[in-house]
Design a protein around this ligand. Structure first.
Ligand code: HEM
Length: 493
């Protein structure tokens, strides 16, 4: 009776208010924080914390306020953030099976569709990762070994720098092309000339996509994919860039299919095509053309942007710290000299150079938030309850810059990786490749690339800023943390 009377005298505004309160209540009930869930800032009704930029600097501030395990809500999805070496190690290493899966990230899902290696799960992920790992490990020997490929490419890169004849230039795409040529040789059996405009376009599209992936406007897509897919915005550029990259990769695969000879496997794609024949009886392992396409995307992308960005940071730090550059060159001159190329066998004899590369990776901090993860089962972390299916972010930046682990966390200091005798010293909190079951698949390859490219460049050149233009060490935040564009001089030694 009372409700009837209220309804009878409600006007349009009253109904609007009533509808809003009802929606608000539904939102509150639907997004009720589970018992003992990690704390976090107050979330705006309906939207959650979409106005909090998910970048490592903001996340560090939140960790100071809420502790090493805290949460945010985007739309109606809750995300848990894990900060600092102690807690990240607990999550990835001590609780090895708790956070193995990837969540569906709508922005990426449009492209990767849960296939391939980096964003797949379960049986398909296990099979694809194992197959790719085996191929990378036994890629080839002698003239076709990974080390040989990197040595040859380092030489070509040095020649390209030489052609600049001491003039100022931006090394961005020459380095990216050189690094990409290593994984391209593994995957497609050939490299791309630095003058190849088609490939350059692919590298530029990828670079733009990686930058866009980190912007708050693009990330808004993850909170409201159903609505935003119809609206203009940076997410549209992101998706159309990937469309073009995928088209490029598809053409390479089609060429391989035409030329395929079961008795003469030349590269990853050829070996994968053979595996597709063998695994016909096991469709859930996912050995088919669509998964191959995404595996090549994973490898080319993860194998290019990361190591190339690290090398750009390396040159930038050398420009900023000429006395450190000089010490690296002196060590290389003493151990290798000028008459032969650096090899992996030289690494144990170049502890200072090795320490500098590690310190570049620590300060470069190129994947600050790691790759997204998901609780594979109900878990407890730092005393908080994390239900199965919750999205997890391990803040790798907070490990590489952890005040409890590094003597001078915010300063470039190769001594972090040297003992009192000047010998190389491993550090547990050095986790740029993450850890646990999802640890970077290309760690071994990346370490070879960084060492051989860096040592070859410093053997042949001295790097300095373009006159009057000391480049910034601030960095640009996208999906990766990369240097701002800079020009430099490469003076032959
Ligand atoms: C300096 C260079 C590199 C860095 C810093 C780096 C870093 C990372 C990180 C942080 C992850 C996420 C791990 C996790 O989820 O816990 C990852 C995954 C991955 N990386 Fe790398 N990476 C580098 C180079 C490479 C290279 C050269 C390749 C090429 C083979 C590669 C292939 C992959 C793949 C396929 C994954 C996904 C693994 C999976 O989900 O099972 N990475 N990398």
């Amino acid at each position: 009776m009372i409700f009837q009377a209220i309804f009878d005298c409600m006007d349009f505004t009253g109904w609007l208010l009533f509808g809003f309160v009802l929606l608000l209540l539904t939102d509150v009930v639907r997004n009720w924080r589970p018992h003992n869930f990690p704390p976090g800032p107050w979330a705006v009704p309906f939207l959650g914390n979409v106005f909090t930029g998910v970048d490592f600097k903001t996340m560090e501030k939140l960790a100071q306020e809420y502790g090493p395990v805290f949460s945010l809500r985007r739309g109606s999805e809750r995300m848990v953030f894990i900060s600092g070496y102690k807690m990240v190690k607990e999550a990835l290493v001590n609780q090895l099976d708790s956070f193995v899966d990837r969540p569906v990230v709508p922005l990426f899902h449009v492209v990767f569709k849960g296939l391939g290696i980096a964003l797949s799960n379960g049986y398909l992920w296990k099979k694809q990762r194992k197959f790719t790992n085996t191929h990378l490990r036994y890629f080839g020997e002698g003239q076709k070994s990974l080390e040989k490929y990197i040595e040859v490419e380092s030489n070509i890169l040095c020649e390209a720098f030489q052609e600049e004849q001491g003039r100022q230039f931006n090394p961005h795409y020459t380095i990216t092309n050189a690094v990409s040529n290593i994984i391209s040789s593994v995957v497609f059996g050939h490299r791309f000339e630095y003058s190849d405009q088609n490939f350059r376009k692919v590298l530029e599209l990828d670079n733009e996509a990686v930058l866009l992936a980190g912007s708050p406007q693009t990330q808004l897509y993850d909170a409201f994919p159903g609505l935003l897919k119809y609206l203009p915005g940076p997410h549209q550029t992101f998706h159309s860039n990937y469309k073009e990259i995928v088209m490029f990769l598809r053409k390479e695969i089609e060429k391989h299919q035409e030329e395929w000879n079961a008795n003469d496997p030349r590269d990853y794609v050829d070996v994968y095509l053979a595996e597709m024949e063998k695994k016909k009886e096991d469709p859930s392992a996912g050995f088919n053309i669509e998964t191959l396409l995404i595996c090549t995307l994973d490898l080319i992308e993860a194998g290019t942007e990361t190591a190339a960005t690290t090398l750009r940071w390396a040159l930038l730090y050398m420009i900023h710290y000429p006395e450190i550059q000089k010490k690296v060159q002196e060590e290389i001159d003493r151990v290798i000299g000028q008459s032969r190329h650096p090899t992996m066998a030289d690494r144990p004899n170049l502890p200072y150079t090795d320490a500098v590369i590690h310190e570049v990776q620590r300060m470069g901090n190129i994947v600050p938030l790691g790759f997204p993860k998901m609780a594979s089962k109900d878990a407890t972390l730092g005393g908080y309850f994390i239900p199965k299916g919750t999205a997890i972010v391990t803040i790798l930046a907070s490990v590489l810059l952890d005040k409890n682990e590094w003597a001078t966390p915010d300063n470039f200091n190769p001594e972090h990786f040297l003992d009192s005798e000047g010998q190389f010293r491993r550090r547990n909190a050095f986790l740029p490749f993450s850890a646990g079951k999802r640890v970077c698949l290309g760690e071994h390859l990346a370490k070879m690339e960084l060492f051989l490219f860096f040592a070859s460049l410093l053997q042949r050149f001295t790097f300095s800023p373009a006159p009057g233009e000391m480049p910034s060490l601030e960095g640009v935040l996208g999906f990766t943390h990369s240097p701002e564009e800079f020009k430099m001089l490469a003076i032959p030694r």
